[in-house]
Design a binder for this molecule. Structure first.
Ligand code: ADP
Ligand code: MG
Ligand code: MG
Ligand code: MG
Ligand code: MG
Length: 627
């Protein structure tokens, strides 16, 4: 997402009326892009990462750590340089050279940072990634007050629990109507609160997120959360918790902010052409779950240890705007479709490409798609799989419509298309080129949890890029599994210590086109290989052997690969495991799943010390990989 446009977002009752209009123009915009851009060739393999951070204020005297409202203020300062150089460039035509770009995120305490420009296609460029990530931290640090830190971790342990926000606000905002989260945690740009409000209104209730509690020695069975204000009577939605939305033995959360307030690491890769982008999309989708399990960094929600290590399902539920009819809980009458999944989730359909590996049986989910849109796309020359993909995205309503942006020239704008595209949050995203831009067909890899240190974030980014390069270089590589197996994998990847304890469906023969079925393997087998299976690291290394590299670059890349190997074989802990163990060995922990504000403070300080090299944590980042 670029700089946000200003405007007046329509409330749900008005936006709903315009949904069809936005979809209609969105499809015309897609057709324009397709027709203009489908023959683009030989685009460079540019790529870039996105890292999300949380701004936290520390009160050392009271030993309190709180998410800080000042994230948004810092973001405005961080964006000054970009705004000024854009303005200058438009006058003088000079080239813009920035070290980093800064983007808003859902949480007012959040900041997203990307490199100032995408990375080059050469493998030698990969050694600059970590330095740029470090530089981003420094740039933010220059603007922080003495008592402030930024942290990159999946879920903030205390979000929605006790005195977690600075300055404190009551949870009584009309947009979220949450029992726990004040609307002040939401980024003040009108887009974000409208998203939260419109999701709630469209759904007809608050979202209901329930993550299983981690039952520790002293956790009551059943666990009924004493922190839920069951009797509050401020909004009609308040009754939902007591009427069953809050499940026993679960951590109940009731607002979009619990999901979109988590942080992640995303990687966007440009492909040489649309066909290769389709290949990349399909092949990367299948490795998402196992990579997520390696990156797990979200074991605590709303002040409780959870029996999951990842945030993915939390966000899926946090933006689940489906109505009762769409969820199949009452008979379809007013709505258009029964929809099996939230608009946040794993992909439902592969795109296929000229590599010939795709087989119809891999799309084994009965796809819900808009038949009229499909027909329209098909009659305009879009092939079956691409038409299915787009008409599937377009079963959703646009959630935020800006009045001022309704009228657009479909041959130069992609705003309506992007409106629906960018609120289909999937494990991979197929990003068409923006109209009239030098940017090509891209794929975004989205399942990774953000890491505590720049070393780890660089390792995951670089490994993903190398795997993508190998996929493009070795056309015979075939990682297809049925899409429904991908759903199962993603479910499994959440569970506590999934990286060590779970099995994932993976293709048994990855160099063969016979309908070789998928089998279940551990993360270690998939990443490091086993007697019958070559393993993803070996594939990456085969690719590296085809590239001319300086010894120094190769050594750096090898440390990243060794780190990924260690995560998969269990010799290096995930952040989720590290955090869980930190909590459970804290002297104030009562083995009752409760992560008190005191424990939260010590944890946040420890993670900040690790991120800044003041505390060595070889168990988390690997031996010798100082930060
Ligand atoms: P979004 O939030 O929509 O996913 P962002 O604009 O925040 O997208 O950035 C995505 C990433 O894409 C950034 O790291 C950026 O450097 C990178 N990027 C920009 N242009 C290209 C390109 N042409 N090819 C590949 N990556 C690119
Ligand atoms: Mg972004
Ligand atoms: Mg985003
Ligand atoms: Mg983001
Ligand atoms: Mg992104």
């Amino acid at each position: 997402m670029g700089l946000l446009s200003l405007g007046t977002p329509l409330p749900w009752d008005q936006a709903r009326e315009l949904a069809q209009e936005v979809r209609k123009h969105g499809i015309e915009q897609f057709l324009h892009i397709w027709n203009n851009m489908k023959d683009r060739k030989r685009d460079r393999l540019l790529w870039g990462d996105e890292i999300e951070y949380m701004l936290i204020s520390l009160d050392h005297q009271r030993r309190r750590a709180r998410l800080s409202q000042r994230g948004h203020e810092l973001l405005s300062l961080l964006q000054v340089e970009e705004t000024e150089s854009l303005e200058r460039a438009s006058r003088t035509g000079e080239k813009i050279e920035l070290e980093a770009l800064w983007r808003p995120e859902f949480g007012r305490y959040m900041i997203e940072g990307t490199p100032g420009h995408p990375y080059n296609s050469t493998v030698n460029d990969l050694v600059n990634v970590e330095a740029n990530m470090k530089r981003r931290r420094e740039i933010v640090a220059q603007l922080m007050d003495e008592n402030e830190i930024i942290l990159s971790v999946g879920s903030y342990p205390a979000l929605g629990s006790g005195d977690f926000f600075d300055p404190p606000h009551k949870a009584n905002g009309p947009f979220s109507r949450s029992l726990f989260l004040p609307d002040e945690v939401i980024n003040p740009h009108p887009r974000f609160r409208t998203l939260a409000g419109n999701i709630r209104e469209r759904r007809g209730s608050k979202v209901a997120i329930n993550m299983p509690i981690f039952h520790d020695l002293n956790t009551p069975r059943p666990f009924v959360d004493p922190a839920i204000p069951y009797t509050r009577d401020l909004f009609p939605e308040d009754k939902e918790a007591r009427e069953g939305a809050a499940l026993p033995d679960h951590i109940y959360m009731d607002a979009m902010g619990f999901g979109m307030g988590c942080c992640c690491l995303q990687i966007t890769l440009q492909a040489p052409n649309v066909d290769q982008a389709r290949r990349l999309y399909d092949q990367l989708a299948t490795v998402g779950a196992v990579m997520m399990s390696l990156s797990a960094s979200s074991p605590v929600f709303r002040g409780y240890l959870a029996d999951v290590d990842c945030r993915w399902n939390v966000i899926a539920a946090a933006v689940d705007d489906r109505t009762l009819e769409e969820r199949g809980q009452v008979k379809l009458a007013k709505d258009r479709f029964v929809i099996p999944k939230s608009r946040y989730g794993t992909i439902d359909t592969f795109l296929g490409s000229s590599d010939g590996h795709f087989k119809p049986e891999y799309n084994d989910l009965e796809l819900v798609y808009d038949r009229d849109i499909y027909q329209h796309l098909a009659s305009n020359g879009i092939d079956d799989l691409m038409a299915k993909h787009v008409s599937h995205l377009f079963i959703r309503d646009p959630l935020v419509i800006f009045e001022e942006l309704l009228k657009q020239d479909n041959s130069v704008s992609a705003d309506h298309f992007e409106n629906i595209q960018s609120t289909n949050w999937q494990n991979v995203r197929f990003k068409p080129p923006p109209p009239n831009s030098p940017i090509g067909w891209r794929v975004e890899f989205r399942p990774l949890e953000v890491q505590v240190t720049d070393f780890e974030n660089a390792a995951f980014s670089v490994f993903t890029v190398l795997l993508a390069r190998a996929i493009l270089a070795f056309g015979d590589l075939n990682l297809y599994i049925p899409v429904t197996k991908m759903d199962t994998n993603m479910e499994r990847a959440h569970s506590r210590d999934a990286v060590l304890r779970e099995k994932f469906f993976f293709r048994r023969k990855i160099y063969a086109d016979d309908s070789s079925s998928s089998i279940e393997m551990s993360a270690n087998e998939i990443i490091n290989g086993s007697p019958g299976f070559v393993g993803l690291i070996a594939i990456v290394e085969m690719y590296l052997d085809t590239v001319v590299l300086s010894e120094c670059v190769r050594r750096k890349l090898d440390t990243y690969i060794a780190f990924i190997r260690g995560r998969a074989d269990g010799s290096i802990m995930t952040a989720a495991a590290w955090i869980r163990s930190f909590v459970r060995s804290h002297p104030a922990y009562a083995f009752d799943s409760v992560v008190s504000s005191e424990i939260n403070y010590d944890l946040v300080v420890a993670l900040d010390d690790i991120a800044n090299g003041r505390r060595q944590a070889p168990e988390l980042v690997g031996e010798g990989n100082a930060c």
